[in-house]
Design a protein around this ligand. Sequence first.
Ligand SMILES: O=C(O)CCC(=O)C(=O)O
Length: 261
Amino acid sequence: MYRATQAELQQYEELGFFCREGVFSPDELVELRSATENVHKQVLEAADCDDAAPIDLIDNQKFQMVLGSTIKWEWRDDLRAIRSMEPTAHLDARFEALVDDPRLWQPSADIIGSDELSLFSDKLNVKRPGGAPFPWHQEGPYWAYGAEDLEHIVSALTYIDEGTEENGCLWIIPGSHRHGALQNLKNRGVLGALYTDVELVDEEAMAVAVPAGSVLWFHRDIVHGSQSNRADTNRRVFVTAYQPAGLHRWRLDEKRDIKRA
Ligand SMILES: O=C(O)CCC(=O)C(=O)O
């Protein structure tokens, strides 16, 4: 019913992505925003507890394990906010249900070429006003450490808020997935190993400016990143990555097959 069309599959192959607008209704978005803020509140409260795990500083960026999730905190000290966290769905039933939503998994199944899927990862990107940029990178080289079937993983980004250039929407380099895993940045600390040297890419970058409720599917090797949020509103995205059924989740000793209605 929500199957990927031939035109979408062709665009995915040629450009490494496709987008559908109007997948989630305004009422559903109200619930997803409430789920996001519920998760954010739980994490802040747990991180404030005396027995919270210590913060790890990697290249001056703050990481912390909270409630079974790896939290990447905002760079700015005055902005006490999550920048990104993985996994997320276990902290709110509405995200858990989203993982099994056929509007996400059916087109993903068509891209992967398998109708039985499992969840590879689920991540929440919360970009508050003033939230930090995300350097150019590819998922593939990062996932290569631990994925059981790297070639068959696809990401689906659910836009809980609209993405605009002002609020730090995603930027992608269409067609860059065709290069496979690209050279990473040298002499840029530990995290530089995860960032792509875009000097070596000829294709032009484009901003993915889309309304709230859209879903973007993209290839693991497409080069992407984002700028800071210069707007006075949030830019929140939930990212699910799917893989064939029966495989372990990203860095978890657990499998989670997709439940078909
Ligand atoms: O949401 C963003 O700003 C970019 C995040 C990103 O690139 C990612 O989650 O892989």
